[in-house]
Write a protein that binds this ligand. Structure first.
Ligand code: NAD
Length: 363
């Protein structure tokens, strides 16, 4: 039995509770301390979950901490990740990996230089829904994948999030916010992306928050908020995508895949469960039983810790997140240039989970 790896959390906002919750389910790691630029946020989270509150510098200087989970806002991901690597610690960040190509490359380069690991959410593709979808596809449930659709449409997060400004800042928008779930799930199922054709726009120059904590806050929109286009995968499959914060109501499915011999409904990739359904040719939909434990956020960090301990590649990797980042940024790039955007990076599909795992167990 390995000793629990001591980890730190930087960024004690809305999503941090999910990570503290996940940490309580495993004996692979323990959260030693948490930090935030708002010391009061670190103190209140530390008190709630029973760990130490620290400044960011104190946490990074703590020699016992081997890995830092970065739950700051998107614009700060690369800076906090680089500081973590400089301090000699592995880094795992919330999505997106970074907000531009250069800082994403810097993170990968620094990690390689230092011989450290870099990982990045989402880890939802390790959940039962997406693992089962991939298994069904690999076992030939719909034959050779030909096409598909991926839709995430809504009206943004200012109705509920206590500090929603980052969703409309550089590094926000529906693509960098929700695209990681969709594109990571698709890369996990279909493999790497070859090129993207996009048309993107924004419908509103300003948003007005209506959430309790931010009610009335005027938020300038500095990112595109309605992105449409097509992704061509290296295996030839073509996925039609809409990611929008400009639509009030719709009836579009999350992800569907259309293959040579049948079709598949893939569950919401921003969740860990859901139902997978397959139709052979025109037969009609039937459920595919979920073949893996559901799990929840933090399972990606647990995978990374287990991978470090057993010297194997981790599944929720920086290379995967960087490839996904390049694909997401390609929608605006293609829209601005009026041409397809070729994707320069590539990545192998992460290893599938083996059968027979218990909840929160990973090998
Ligand atoms: N809220 C959600 O439902 C949700 C779900 C999944 C993923 N995420 C992702 O998690 C990340 C955080 O989202 P959130 O909703 O918790 O945001 P939040 O604004 O509630 O919390 C972010 C925290 O990071 C701190 N912070 C910002 N810059 C920092 C820095 N340089 N150093 C230290 N602390 C810093 C802020 O003070 C704040 O406490 C984002 O990348 C988001 O995309 C959020």
């Amino acid at each position: 039995m390995q000793e629990r790896m001591k980890i730190g959390i930087i960024g004690c906002g809305t999503i941090s509770g999910a990570y503290f919750g996940g940490a309580q389910k495993t004996d692979v790691l323990e959260i030693k301390s948490c930090a935030d630029i708002r010391m009061e946020a670190a103190q209140s989270v530390a008190e709630k979950y029973g760990c130490q509150a620290a400044s960011v510098d104190e946490l990074l200087a703590d020699e016992e901490i081997e890995l830092v989970v970065n739950l700051t806002i998107p614009k700060a991901h690369a800076e906090v990740g680089l500081a973590t690597l400089e301090a000699g610690k592995h880094t795992y960040s919330e999505k997106p990996f970074s907000v531009d190509i250069e800082s994403g490359q810097n993170l990968l380069k620094k990690a390689a230089e230092k011989g450290l690991r870099v990982g990045c959410a989402p880890d939802t593709f390790l959940g039962a829904g997406i693992q089962t979808s991939r298994k069904a596809l690999d076992e030939g449930a719909i034959g050779r994948p030909i096409a598909g659709t991926a839709f995430m449409c809504g009206h943004g997060h200012e109705s509920w999030h206590p500090s929603p400004a980052f969703y409309y800042d550089v590094g926000g928008g529906p693509m960098l916010d929700m695209g990681p779930y969709y594109i990571t799930a698709l890369v996990n199922i279909l493999g790497p992306v070859k090129r993207v054709a996009g048309i993107t726009t924004k419908a509103f120059e300003e948003r007005i928050a209506t959430s309790d904590a931010a009610s009335g806050q005027r938020i300038p929109v500095k990112t595109t908020t309605h992105l449409t286009g097509a992704i061509e995968f290296a295996n030839g499959a073509i996925i039609t995508m809409i990611m929008s914060f400009d639509m009030w109501r719709h009836s579009l499915p999350c992800i569907e895949l259309y293959g040579e011999t049948g079709s598949m409904q893939v569950p919401d990739p921003n969740g860990f469960g859901g139902s997978v359904r397959v139709s052979a040719a025109r037969d009609g939909w039937s459920d595919v039983p979920l073949a893996f434990p559901k799990n929840a956020r933090m399972i990606g960090v647990i995978d990374m810790v287990r991978a470090i301990q057993s010297a194997r590649p981790h599944r929720v990797s920086g290379a995967l997140a960087y490839h996904v980042l390049e694909v997401m940024l390609a929608f605006d790039k293609s829209s601005q240039s009026g041409q397809h955007a070729e994707i320069e990076s590539t990545v192998e599909r992460p290893a599938p989970l083996p059968p027979g795992l218990e909840e929160w167990e990973i090998e």
